[in-house]
Design a protein around this ligand. Structure first.
Ligand SMILES: [Zn+2]
Length: 120
């Protein structure tokens, strides 16, 4: 997923994928114009920490990712309510560890690159 440092950049990207959004926590609806105005206000009044960033799902939902791990979905696209949104950043969930030596291994690898143990 692409990462954005401001909500406005994320909203501009999301606007190319969907035309109508709703808050994840309520049924308030936003069209693209409302979303961009809200994003601009949010960026100026409540900018996010350096370690955090926004992500936009393939369907246009906008989430806030804290410390590069958990994703808090803020805006969902109205047209894709059944989109399967990850709750953690996908790159994080693709990290596996060797059961023998504890080294980081690439998901899908057959052998540990450090100790050579065969992986499931
Ligand atoms: Zn190993």
């Amino acid at each position: 997923m692409k990462q954005f440092n401001t909500l406005l950049e994320a909203a501009k990207c999301a606007a190319t994928r969907c035309e109508s959004f709703r808050f994840a926590t309520s049924n308030d609806r936003y069209d693209v114009k409302d979303l961009l105005v809200l994003a601009e206000t949010s960026d100026s009044e409540d900018p996010i920490d350096e370690d955090n960033f926004y992500v936009v799902s393939p369907a246009g939902s906008i989430g806030l990712c804290e410390d590069g791990e958990d994703i808090d979905w803020l805006f969902l696209t109205v047209s894709s309510t059944d989109e399967n949104l990850p709750t953690t950043l996908q790159t994080t969930s693709q990290i596996k560890f060797c059961s023998k030596c504890g080294s980081r291994v690439i998901l899908g690898a057959s052998f540990c690159g450090t100790c050579g143990k065969k992986l499931n």
